[in-house]
Design a binder for this molecule. Structure first.
Ligand SMILES: [Zn+2]
Length: 262
């Protein structure tokens, strides 16, 4: 199960200060932290591809991508692929694209497999600093949540509702609520939905929340929530929540405290 590895052609270091000039002025953002960080993206489709393109500009040391799916015509209006990517594996096609767009020094590792397949094959994913879970099914979300808990890795979960009207971004980290605490009903859902709707607007709004969430995990940007939920049509007010751990959570209640990287 060898991954495909892409190395980027970064701008000369003499230009980095200028490239980072504006984002470096944002309170808490720290390029040096990004340059020391490994980010793992589970899913390289509607959510994962839009998130990865924004994260790549910020300059992480390593981006890991995984997806067993191939690019289809219907993906092109809302995922970060182009016509010549049709038929190619999503993780590899996305990695190739990012390798051309990265500004700083970044190594891109692409696995054309599902998260669970990598674990079954014993591939070690432990050395990452944050996992972004942007898949379309609950079994994988649960598997990623468990992996994050076991290995003390923060996980940013991101999802869009079936009608493309609602999004949520949930952050599972050190001692706080896990995915199971936040979405107990998802734990018994074994379904793998297919042919879901997909549209770029809700995905790019969500990608913004996710990339900001990664900043708050890796750097010191301020955040007062672990769950955001937005309905694009305004039928339900935006929710900005701090969900507490649940004593009866099947995923994390056996852990004394959910470890962090202290
Ligand atoms: Zn929990």
């Amino acid at each position: 199960m060898k991954p495909r590895v892409f190395r980027t052609k970064p701008l000369p270091k003499a230009q980095w200060e200028q490239v980072n000039f504006s984002q470096g002025k944002v309170s808490g953002f720290d390029l040096a932290r990004y340059q020391g960080s490994t980010i793992l993206g589970v899913g390289a489709g509607g959510i994962g591809s839009n998130v990865a393109c924004a994260l790549a500009w910020k300059g992480p040391c390593v981006i890991g991508l995984m997806d067993d799916d191939s690019v289809e015509e219907r993906n092109l209006p809302h995922q970060q692929f182009v016509k010549r990517d049709i038929g190619k594996n999503k993780a590899v096609a996305l990695g190739r694209r990012l390798s051309r767009e990265c500004l700083f020094e970044t190594k891109i590792i692409c696995w054309p497999y599902r998260f669970q397949e990598l674990l079954e094959e014993g591939v070690s994913l432990e050395h990452c600093d944050v996992i972004v879970c942007g898949v379309d099914n609950n079994p994988t979300r649960v598997a990623v949540a468990k992996y994050g808990l076991t290995h003390s890795i923060p996980v940013v979960h991101a999802a869009v509702s079936r009608d493309a009207n609602q999004l949520y971004c949930a952050i599972q980290e050190s001692g706080n609520a896990c995915f199971g605490c936040m979405f107990p009903h998802a734990l018994n859902d074994e379904s793998y939905p297919c042919n879901l709707p997909g549209i770029v607007d809700v995905l790019q709004v969500l990608a913004g929340f996710v990339v900001y969430a990664v900043d708050t995990v890796l750097c010191d940007r301020h955040r007062e929530w672990n769950l955001r939920s937005v309905f694009l049509d305004g039928s339900v007010p935006d929710a900005c929540l701090s969900i507490e751990r649940r004593a009866d959570c099947p995923l994390c209640s056996h852990l004394k405290s959910v470890g962090g990287k202290e």
